[in-house]
Ligand binder design. Structure first.
Ligand SMILES: [Cu+2]
Length: 149
């Protein structure tokens, strides 16, 4: 009986503090030794009834993070920086290899693949949502996406 009460109150608490955007599947690619940048991927799901605009992300142990997308310019795939990204009400946006990605610069120290890092996603309305991500190795990523080739 006590357990049921506890579960109910936990559900209630998490409902009260529900975020308007769910951040799932956050993966941070490890920095290749000597490289000045790396990338992070994740999915944003806007569960609210209004559009939400992502304006920035603060990643633990990373000096600077930028929203980037890949664009075909004159037949060449190029990366361009986005000042912000709107997620329409009820929709999801996935950051993934070859598309939208979060570019990471100025790492504090070498990132171990076993590390978990916290990222805080900042929205135009002032909302800040944190998510925990896993640092993944290049080897593993190559393996994971081998079916794309
Ligand atoms: Cu980029």
């Amino acid at each position: 009986m006590k357990l049921i009460t506890l579960v109910c109150s936990l559900l209630f608490v998490s409902h009260v503090h529900a975020n308007s955007v769910d951040i799932t599947d956050l993966k941070l690619r490890e920095f290749i030794p000597g490289a000045s940048s790396s990338v992070a991927y994740f999915t944003l799901s806007n569960t609210s009834k209004e559009a939400r605009t992502l304006v920035g992300v603060n990643v633990e142990g990373i000096g600077r993070a930028e929203l980037h997308q890949h664009q075909l310019i004159d037949g060449m795939m190029k990366m361009t920086q986005l000042p912000s990204l709107e997620i329409p009400a009820g929709q999801s946006v996935t950051f993934e290899p070859g598309g939208l990605h979060l570019m990471l610069f100025e790492p504090d120290a070498h990132q171990n693949t076993s590390d978990k890092k916290t990222a805080v996603f900042i929205f135009k309305n002032g909302e800040q949502i944190s998510s925990q991500g896993q640092v993944i190795s290049l080897m593993r990523e190559t393996h994971d996406h081998s079916h794309h080739h």
